[in-house]
Design a protein around this ligand. Structure first.
Ligand code: ZN
Length: 398
């Protein structure tokens, strides 16, 4: 990631904090609106409607009106994305933002002239209503950054991170289709039989994290010691997150380079059929749901992997209805939940075919995608329609 340490002056820091306060306020208003929503009631307002309401709120509140409309609109956009992630089953429901925790805001429609270099080690970024803010030029800035996010960590340090959409990777033209299943025991299983794993924290790091968490429980609120422990915990978690992001980048590039078509499960459908799958798919998926803390983290990484695949291989990602993919025998196509012997093993009750359970599912996804491609042949050539997902950082209406 291209994150840089910001070096605001005290006056600028106050202005940045004001942007954060506005973003937090608008986000919390959106949370409140959606909290009142109950099934059967009229739909809670979407992004476009909320933008209209924001205009009204700005007219009524001089405090909001004095802030940047981009900052406030993007907070709504973030919220809309968070709700989409929630409904997509990859994230928890967005909740209240508290002062001092995960503070930040986003600026979009960034022009090339909004970032400039001052010296070998310093650069400047133009932030609306704040002006030119210095940052440490610690690495190359990615070309074509269209948006950036400013954040303040718990230790009070400010950072700016530039977002870029990765360039599409050319189709290899091998005609190869790959199925990618989100594994339980592994991070991802390919229909080629490859099992991919995110490199998380090492055992020594995990032990250290446990020690720090115990220390935190004993440390007095508001004490210096507590702040120190918290910072150390935050560093370890950031390291883990960096490794996950790194894995997503490498894996998505590798898949886009090797395969013409990449089949992944359609999370939206998965979410809709969750209840049915709870009973049908009992052995596999319930355990997955109970995996606890790690589940959300891995799920977030999965959503990011699919997003990156769609950017690097536009029009080449096929979303497959995941129904039955884990209970269908890839050899004889017999469907039976009993065939899922265990978390890791698929053993067909009809023909005795045996495979890694996640690999078997990935193969079913590959075959479904290949079937779609065959059916569409002559109509839509591979790589023809470019279905790019709307980018969350563009200020377009919903
Ligand atoms: Zn079979």
């Amino acid at each position: 990631m291209s994150r840089f340490r910001l070096q605001p002056t005290p006056a600028q820091e106050a202005a940045l904090a004001e942007h954060c306060a506005h973003a937090r306020h608008v986000w919390n208003l959106a949370v409140e609106q959606h909290a009142h929503w109950k099934p059967g009631r009229k739909m809670a307002p979407g992004f476009a409607e909320q933008c209209r309401q924001l205009t009204e709120a700005r007219a009524a509140s001089p405090w909001l009106a004095a802030g940047s409309v981009v900052v406030q609109q993007q907070a709504l956009k973030d919220f809309a994305q968070a709700m989409a992630n929630f409904f997509g089953g990859t994230h928890r429901r967005p909740t209240w933002r508290k002062r001092g925790r995960a503070e930040g805001f986003r600026i979009v429609a960034v022009k090339a002239g909004d970032v400039r270099r001052r010296s070998r080690n310093t650069g400047e970024v133009k932030i609306p209503k704040v002006g030119w803010v210095r940052f440490r030029w610690s690495r190359a800035i990615p070309d074509g950054a269209k948006s950036y996010r400013v954040t303040r960590d718990r230790a009070g340090r400010w950072h700016v991170a530039f977002a870029t959409v990765p360039q599409p990777i050319p189709v290899p033209g091998t005609g190869q289709v790959v199925g990618v299943d989100r594994g339980v025991a592994v991070s991802a299983a390919l229909s080629t039989g490859e099992l991919l794993n995110v490199r998380g924290l090492r055992d020594t790091e995990k032990a250290r994290l446990r020690r720090l968490l115990r220390k935190l429980a004993r440390a007095k609120r508001g004490s210096n010691r507590r702040t120190k422990v918290k910072t150390a915990i935050a560093r370890l978690k950031a390291r883990e997150a960096d490794r996950r992001k790194d894995w997503v980048e490498k894996t998505s590039t590798d898949l886009a380079r090797r395969f013409d078509v990449i089949a992944v499960e359609d999370l939206k459908i998965r979410n809709m059929t969750r209840t049915a799958r709870g009973t049908l798919d009992a052995p596999g998926r319930n355990v997955r749901q109970k995996a606890g803390l790690n589940r959300g983290i891995l799920a977030a990484g999965w959503g990011r992997l699919v997003q990156r695949l769609e950017q690097k291989a536009p029009g080449r990602v096929q979303k497959i209805n995941p129904r039955h993919t884990s209970q269908t025998c890839n050899a004889c196509k017999h469907v039976a939940s009993e065939s899922r012997e265990s978390q890791a093993l698929f053993l067909c009750v009809a023909c005795g075919h045996q495979d890694h359970a996640d690999v078997n599912a990935a193969k079913n996804m590959r075959d479904t995608a290949a079937g779609h491609a065959a059916a569409a042949r002559g109509g839509l050539p591979l790589g023809g329609p470019v279905n790019r997902e709307p980018q969350p950082d563009l200020p377009s209406a919903a």
